[in-house]
Design a protein around this ligand. Structure first.
Ligand SMILES: NC(=O)c1ccc[n+]([C@@H]2O[C@H](COP(=O)([O-])OP(=O)(O)OC[C@H]3O[C@@H](n4cnc5c(N)ncnc54)[C@H](OP(=O)(O)O)[C@@H]3O)[C@@H](O)[C@H]2O)c1
Length: 502
């Protein structure tokens, strides 16, 4: 696609030269996601020219040590390694100690780099640090003048905030308040990389650029909506974070909520960030309250020992760093309702869990059964209802199931799928989700990021749920155990297996 093509998004046009400053540059997110994403943009010729990437952390590293460390940590199978030296030339390192003095030093250093490289004072600050440091860094950027913009076309300052954005409503409001002391809303980019997946973006196109689906997209035709993000992996080395967060904070407040609003929102007036965000926020305002003690719509689970791909794996409580007798949920199924004309009384089942049989992320639109069972006499009651599946993993695909007649003299029905699989139809290189959000931030496009009101609405809905399920008694009564490698606790397994079925 040539720049300037009518269907180019802002990020399709190479953004202006800039400096990308990554705090926490010695950590996991930087080496596993951010740098590989930036390197892939380099390989595709999508990075601005010039671009400077400055890693900041407390570890004492030279530019060369930083480059070598990142190269050594590139994910296995990274392509284009022969071009790494070109890319590495744009990588620099500046140690920081998260106090005023070191940020004044950083400001002077960035000024010198701007001058030497010609990056025009455009800067992105990416907070790849533990969340407790987000407000500290925002304050320090403000106090050292680094959040200030010149007001000219060049000289912008943007801040990228990783998840988790707060741990409940009060902390999210407090974080927004600190950010807003030093940055305008247009300067703030709250990441949810799920939104950058092609199929997720395609959900809006699918719904609003095809006239045949939207008339069916409501309570009259849809039995339920299922949204599942299943992980095969267990805790890994993330006990410090996960013991406190659990599955609701880790997956529901952000990723599943975004998939829910994209599925349920009304058509926006225009396809621009503001209009789309307005419609998303409306959905979150329409979520039915969970009710003070309504445990029946929430199922929590924790994996025990089991088998994944035939190999034995330990239970959650035996993972390194997990508290003895921990009641942190690693699985949840939540039944939600959206109180508006389109969705009244249609259940939305949100499911996520660790150590389920396979990694799978999909939205299921389960249509109602046919009203009149014309074939009942010959077939009994077994006519399956249509189902639309929007899948982001293992394949980026959209599938519509429908009934057909088996060839032959008898009336036997068979459910078949109409499939659209992204990689079978589009050969051009697709952008990894992190590469896409970084590029959008460089281009100043907020479409794939959370806006302040959206994130606060999401927490406003979820905070009472979290309070409920953090009560010891609630957890003791409701936490169900499931063997690793099964579709969650026994009670909810039938519905989860149906949602996950091929
Ligand atoms: N990793 C992921 O896949 C992922 C995915 C989504 C979101 N996130 C979010 O992204 C952020 C970074 O994640 P991460 O996994 O990269 O974290 P990490 O590896 O634990 O930490 C990143 C870096 O932060 C610095 N740091 C750690 N504790 C610190 C402290 N108390 N004070 C000052 N600096 C400290 C360390 O560098 P120095 O010791 O050298 O200063 C460390 O290398 C987190 O907020 C996480 O929730 C991560």
């Amino acid at each position: 696609m040539k720049p300037g093509h009518p269907c180019d998004l802002p990020s399709a046009v190479t953004p202006a030269p800039c400096t990308i400053v990554i705090f926490g540059a010695s950590g996991d997110l930087t080496s596993r996601k951010l740098i590989p994403a930036l390197f892939s943009l380099h390989l595709q010729g999508k990075l601005p020219e010039p671009v400077t990437i400055v890693g900041c952390a407390r570890s004492p590293l030279s530019d060369n040590q930083f480059r070598e460390q990142l190269f050594a940590r590139l994910p296995p199978g990274t392509k284009g390694l022969e071009k790494w030296p070109d890319f590495a030339a744009s990588l620099h390192y500046q140690p920081v100690t998260y106090d005023r003095q070191s940020f004044l030093k950083l400001a002077a250093y960035l000024g010198e780099l701007d001058h030497a490289q010609g990056t025009g004072g455009n800067r992105i600050f990416d907070l790849a640090v533990p969340p407790g440091l987000y407000p500290v860094i925002a304050e320090l950027l403000g106090e050292s003048g680094l959040s200030r913009e010149t007001g000219l076309a060049e000289g912008w300052a943007r801040i990228i905030v990783e998840k988790p954005f707060g741990r409940d409503l009060p902390t999210a409001i407090a974080l927004n308040a600190v950010l807003h002391e030093h940055f305008r809303e247009e300067q703030i980019f709250r990441i949810d990389h799920y939104l950058a997946k092609e199929t997720v973006q395609n959900t809006l196109i699918f719904r609003f650029a095809n006239s045949i689906f939207e008339p069916l997209w409501n309570r009259h035709h849809i039995e339920y909506v299922g949204i599942i993000a299943a992980e095969e992996l267990g805790l890994g080395s993330r006990a410090g974070y996960y013991e406190d967060a659990g599955v609701l904070r880790d997956m529901f407040q952000n990723h599943l909520m975004q998939l829910l609003v994209l599925t349920a929102m009304e058509p926006p007036a225009r396809f621009d960030s503001q209009s789309v965000q307005d419609e998303k926020t409306k959905v979150m305002r329409s979520l039915r309250d969970f009710g003070a003690k309504d445990g029946s719509r929430l199922h929590l689970g924790q994996y025990g020992p089991g088998h994944i791909n035939g190999l034995p794996v330990p239970g959650y409580r035996d993972e390194p760093g997990v508290r003895q007798g921990s009641t942190t949920p690693t699985f949840a199924l939540m039944e939600l309702f959206i109180d508006n004309w389109r969705w009244q009384d249609v259940p939305f089942y949100l499911v996520s869990g660790k150590r389920l049989p396979r990694k799978q992320t999909r939205i299921i639109i389960q249509f109602r059964e046919v009203p009149h069972r014309l074939f009942r006499d010959v077939l009994g009651d077994t006519i399956g209802a249509n189902r639309l599946t929007i899948e982001t993993f293992p394949e980026e695909a959209i599938r519509l199931s429908f009934q057909t007649k088996n060839p032959g003299t008898s009336i036997c029905l068979r459910a078949m799928d109409m499939d659209f699989v992204y990689h079978e139809h589009y050969q051009s290189a697709t952008l990894d989700a992190y590469a896409r959000v970084l590029l959008d931030c460089m281009a100043g496009d907020h479409m794939l990021f959370w806006r302040q009101d959206g994130i606060e609405q999401s927490w406003a809905f979820l905070t009472p749920v979290l309070e409920l399920c953090e009560e010891c008694r609630f957890r003791e009564q409701h936490l169900q155990f499931y063997p690793a490698g099964t579709w969650g606790p026994e009670q909810t397994r039938p519905i989860v297996s149906r949602m996950a079925a091929e």
